[in-house]
Design a protein around this ligand. Structure first.
Ligand code: HEM
Ligand SMILES: *[C@@H]1O[C@H](CO)[C@@H](O)[C@H](O)[C@H]1NC(C)=O
Ligand SMILES: *[C@@H]1O[C@H](CO)[C@@H](O)[C@H](O)[C@H]1NC(C)=O
Ligand SMILES: *[C@@H]1O[C@H](CO)[C@@H](O)[C@H](O)[C@H]1NC(C)=O
Ligand SMILES: *[C@@H]1O[C@H](CO)[C@@H](O)[C@H](O)[C@H]1NC(C)=O
Ligand SMILES: *[C@@H]1O[C@H](CO)[C@@H](O)[C@H](O)[C@H]1NC(C)=O
Length: 327
């Protein structure tokens, strides 16, 4: 009985201390005792890879987003299709998820250093941070570790968990809320669209046939829409991509919020952030303050996203290879 009460009190106190900020079953430097060199090794390889491919950060952070929104951050996005069970990554030919090869390479090195110890889910979270941070040569956000890997990946779960680029504010808000993320997180995490590229198909409806009457999305700047039509004729070439944050798509900075204010957000989901008064206010704030304001917000929201539904303790497993569940 006494043990029970102590347990209750402890939990109450810890609960109060920890309340309201994501999943604290993760800890800082979880591998300190069991594989002290892991995080450093992951960073070293990631920096080398990012130097060779400056677009890597975009690929990896998007991979992490898709991982965390589906079954939590359990590396399910890394699993390959087995037999007739189509995996998340094979849900659509146009999902264009990339970066798997780099994760595999890092995992191989980490296994050599410490076999069966470091999860693929943690490797993904660390390497996404390290790749995006490379341009500044310092960690832009903390990554807590201790995730374990899931054993299930289902293409059939993608549509209900990953927002389409045509999403309006209401549906984005709802989906994020279902993951424990609020409107601030939505605006701030969308700032990752300061990096990377998109295929014409993700936004071409806005350019040619927005409501099905041959019209252009009025929330898109007309001059910008014309420039996009030149790059992405109708019907779109499936292999053409455009930068989401023109001329700055390799730089992680607050520039995305500036293009949003100029009605140059690429997706309906980007433009949607201006359709809600308080979100529009946050867009304005992030656009007009210096980068470090955005970075501080981003660090906080990433910590929440990176903890969604994580498996810890005895749950899940430490995969030997990130693409396959252990035999
Ligand atoms: C808010 C809802 C979101 C929607 C509707 C959305 C949608 C998309 C779409 C359609 C693409 C282009 C894919 C392609 O055509 O190849 C894309 C790219 C990308 N997304 Fe998002 N996204 C969202 C949130 C996020 C979040 C939260 C992150 C990360 C924190 C993120 C990071 C990225 C990055 C970095 C790219 C570029 C990938 C590359 O260049 O390889 N997105 N997103
Ligand atoms: C998938 O494969 C398994 C075993 O090969 C089989 O029993 C099952 O009926 C298949 N399911 C579908 C939906 O085809
Ligand atoms: C992407 O592929 C999915 C499934 O194959 C399809 O339903 C969707 O319409 C496609 N989206 C675009 C923008 O091409
Ligand atoms: C937002 O999108 C959802 C899903 O497509 C739709 O049901 C809803 O009516 C839309 N809401 C507004 C305000 O346009
Ligand atoms: C525009 O959309 C409407 C309704 O979806 C469709 O019937 C029409 O063929 C589309 N036009 C073009 C040029 O894609
Ligand atoms: C936190 O982690 C626990 C244990 O893995 C999990 O059951 C729970 O759903 C997670 N909570 C959130 C808010 O993601």
């Amino acid at each position: 009985m006494r043990a029970f009460c102590v347990f209750l009190v402890c939990n109450l106190v810890l609960g109060l201390v920890r309340a309201g900020d994501g999943n604290y079953s993760l800890t800082k430097n979880f591998y300190k005792k069991v594989c002290p060199r892991a995080e450093r090794l992951i960073r070293d390889i990631t920096w080398k890879k990012t130097q060779a491919d400056p677009a890597l950060g975009a690929k990896l952070i998007r991979l992490q987003f898709h991982d965390c929104f589906l079954r939590g951050c359990d590396a399910s996005v890394l699993l390959d299709t087995v037999g007739n069970t189509t995996a998340e990554k094979d849900a659509g030919p146009n999902r264009s998820l990339l970066g798997f090869d780099v994760i595999d390479e890092i995992k191989t090195q980490v296994e050599k250093l410490c076999p069966n110890t470091v999860s693929c889910a943690d490797i993904l979270a660390l390497t996404a941070r390290d790749s995006v941070s490379f341009q500044y040569k310092k960690d832009l956000w903390d990554v807590y570790t201790g995730r374990r890997d899931g054993v299930v990946s289902l293409a059939s779960e993608v549509n209900s968990n990953i927002p389409p680029p045509s999403s309006n504010f209401t549906s984005l808000k709802q989906l994020f809320a279902s993951k424990g993320l609020n409107d601030v997180d939505l605006v701030v995490l969308s700032g990752a669209h300061t990096l990377g590229v998109a295929h014409c198909g993700a936004f071409s409806r806005r350019l040619f046939n927005f409501t099905g009457e041959g019209d252009v999305d009025p929330s898109l700047d007309p001059t910008y829409a014309a420039a996009l039509r030149a790059k992405c004729p109708n019907p779109p070439n499936p292999s053409t991509t455009v930068e989401m944050d023109p001329q700055s798509s390799l730089s992680f900075d607050n520039h995305y919020y500036n293009i949003l204010r100029q009605k140059e957000g690429l997706f309906v989901s980007d433009a949607a952030l201006l359709t809600d008064a308080s979100s529009a206010k946050l867009v304005e704030h992030l656009a007009t303050k210096k980068d470090h304001t955005f970075f501080a917000y981003f660090a906080k929201s990433m910590k929440k996203m990176a903890a969604i539904g994580v498996l810890t303790g005895e749950a899940g497993q430490i995969r030997k290879q990130c693409r396959v569940v252990n035999a």
